[in-house]
Write a protein that binds this ligand. Structure first.
Ligand code: SF4
Length: 329
């Protein structure tokens, strides 16, 4: 049965809702077969390459929004480091580190509802320098975007814009009320219209149903997101979702397989919460997914990048990197 799903996915056919539920309900003793079939799809489109992405959190905290999972939200009491927008030189310096670590994409992230003019000017001037100095992709993630702001980013050389849908349309209001699901979708559309590659993903484990998970995977297909980060909730004390702990490592793998079957040609990135939720099964995630973050997440630590490099090497996979000769292992 799992091979039939791989076949459909490779032929560009939609899997049915029943098949999607079957993936999420796959018995654990069939998980290896499921992963093997998801891997057939991943291998067809990406071989054994793994894309690495590194984040710089250019502005932390002080956000007026109320996303229930986020330690930077106005309602969070999590004891995070808070700071205003970094200066241009610090952002550019981060790109040099990302390049040394083999990251093909440098993700410039800032907290907040959306960028101010000053913040956008800092980011665009940093991006211009980075694109001149390094052969790497730049992704920006600065919140809700207006059409003209997307054009400004495109002009500066931004390759990709990330704005996650986070959850299903149906579940969205349980997670945040300070903006709508359609605000989020609108930002992805503005990026795409400006000629920037759209990146949009989800956070699984926020008390959503399996129906919601299937709807998220299909929504991202409809949005034609080129890159799909799949985060697994790492509930932080002091946030609205504090104490939520409903994921198992095997369920996380089934979610990744589902996303691969529904979005066969897209970059699927195992993102935040990888270490905490997948635990010892982390390496298996690279059979359905073809991309990971290295280094730290926004307000939580990731594992040492040397561990990630070793995991990729031990699997017999290869880093998909622009500057392969300069990678620091
Ligand atoms: S996810 Fe972004 S918009 Fe939502 S609270 Fe956190 S920083 Fe603000």
């Amino acid at each position: 049965m799992w091979s039939r799903l791989a076949e459909k996915s490779l032929n560009g056919e939609e899997i049915t809702d029943q098949e999607a539920f079957d993936v999420l309900n796959c018995p654990d003793d069939e998980l290896l077969n499921l992963l093997h079939q998801a891997y057939q799809v991943r291998k067809t489109h990406y071989g054994n390459k793994v894309k690495l992405n590194m984040i710089v959190n250019t502005k932390s905290g002080f956000c007026p929004e109320n996303c229930g999972y986020c330690s930077q939200s106005r309602d969070s009491s999590a004891p995070i480091q808070k700071y205003r927008m970094m200066d241009k030189d610090t952002i550019v310096k981060g790109a040099e580190k990302a390049s040394r670590m083999g990251s093909g994409t440098y993700c410039i992230v800032a907290s907040g509802r959306g960028p101010s003019k000053r913040e956008l000017d800092i980011v665009t001037s940093a991006v211009k320098e980075i694109k001149e100095a390094y052969d790497m992709r730049v992704c920006a993630c600065l919140g809700l975007l207006k059409a003209e702001q997307a054009e400004q980013l495109k002009e500066a050389g931004v390759d990709r814009y990330n704005h996650n849908i986070n959850t299903s349309e149906n579940h969205h209001d349980e997670i945040t009320t300070s903006h709508t699901y359609h605000d989020r979708v609108g930002t992805v559309s503005h990026a795409k219209a400006a000629g920037i590659s759209p990146c949009s993903g989800v956070i699984v484990g926020m008390k959503e149903t399996k129906r919601d998970v299937i709807d998220m995977a299909r929504a991202l297909k409809a949005l034609d997101a080129d890159s799909i980060p799949v985060n697994f909730l790492h509930a932080i004390d002091g946030t609205a979702l504090e104490g939520t702990d409903e994921l198992t490592p095997s369920y996380c793998l089934k979610v990744l397989c589902l996303f691969r079957f529904i979005n066969p040609t897209k970059e699927i990135r195992v993102s935040g919460g990888r270490e905490v939720n997948l635990r010892s099964l982390q390496p298996f995630s690279l059979y359905p997914a073809n991309s990971i973050f290295i280094g730290d997440y926004l307000t939580t630590d990731g594992q040492e990048s040397t561990e990630d490099h070793r995991m990729i090497e031990d699997l017999g996979f290869e880093i998909d990197v622009v500057n392969a000769d300069k990678v620091m292992m």
